[in-house]
Ligand binder design. Structure first.
Ligand code: ATP
Ligand code: MG
Length: 236
């Protein structure tokens, strides 16, 4: 479970997040959605520990994590630019993060093989990234996160570099994977359709404020603001 307790963020004098509250339940898939510049990545990066929190607390489980390094938080992140190491095999790309954490070799092998099976990458473990399709590369990036066995997944527009068809396919794969693993997930996108398909609940951000935090059906049937109605595209 993740709790956001009156989170604010300022860069210098400029406030970009204006006091966000919300709870993400264990096993839940929450999508943060909103237009470019509304603060989605900033919020996610604060949860990850890649940005400091100006005010408020972030809890993961029952621990306040504000002052913990990213590596001390039980999270794994998948970015838009998921650059794989080009000179390393798929296996080495997926295991690198475990190696530097000093996990035993046989444990690393077990985790990578298990993740590869889930992601249907088993036949490709010895290939170089350039010998894979875009979708397969994206799955390797997912694999790197899965092998960490985190209690939270954080995604920042992980599909935006893929073509439209592949994006839809990968979206379904991510949804299936999240349901299967049951890992609490926070997923950032500016794409309404992606948000509505993936999220158990959506946090709609606009200008650093939460417009509404609810299920896709809630947002569609009972938009609480004009912005939400327009953004989701309901006739209200
Ligand atoms: P996009 O959909 O384009 O990725 P976003 O919702 O992720 O947008 P953020 O990257 O969180 O938006 O940025 C929110 C605001 O904070 C923007 O106005 C941006 O210019 C500003 N901002 C982001 N990072 C910094 C920074 N390091 N220093 C100063 N301002 C920043
Ligand atoms: Mg962003």
């Amino acid at each position: 479970k993740i709790a956001l307790e009156h989170i604010r963020k300022a860069y210098g004098q400029t406030q970009v997040i204006h006091g966000i509250d919300g709870e993400i339940e264990a096993g839940e898939f929450v999508v943060i959605v909103g237009p470019s510049g509304c603060g989605k990545s900033t919020l996610l990066r604060m949860i990850a520990g890649l940005e400091t929190v100006t005010e408020g607390n972030i809890r993961i489980g029952d621990q306040i994590v504000n002052n913990l390094e990213p590596s001390q938080r039980d999270i794994a992140m998948v970015f838009q630019n998921y650059a794989l190491y080009p000179h390393m095999s798929v296996f080495d790309n997926m295991s690198y993060g475990l190696k530097i954490r000093g996990l035993p070799k046989d444990e690393i092998k077990r985790r990578v093989e298990e993740a590869a099976k889930i992601l249907e990458l088993s036949p490709y473990l010895q290939r170089a990234p350039r010998q894979l399709s875009g979708g397969q590369r994206q799955r390797v990036a997912m694999g790197r996160a899965i092998v960490r066995e985190p209690s939270v997944f954080l995604f920042d527009e992980p599909l935006s570099n893929l073509d439209a068809k592949l994006r839809v396919q990968m979206r379904l794969e991510i949804k299936k994977l999240q349901e299967r693993l049951g890992i609490t997930s926070v997923y950032v996108t500016h794409d309404q359709v992606e948000a509505m398909t993936l999220g158990h609940r959506l946090m709609v951000l606009n200008g650093g404020n939460v417009e509404q935090f609810g299920t896709p059906i809630d947002l569609y049937d009972k938009p609480q603001t004009l912005f939400v109605a327009g953004f989701i595209g309901s006739p209200a």
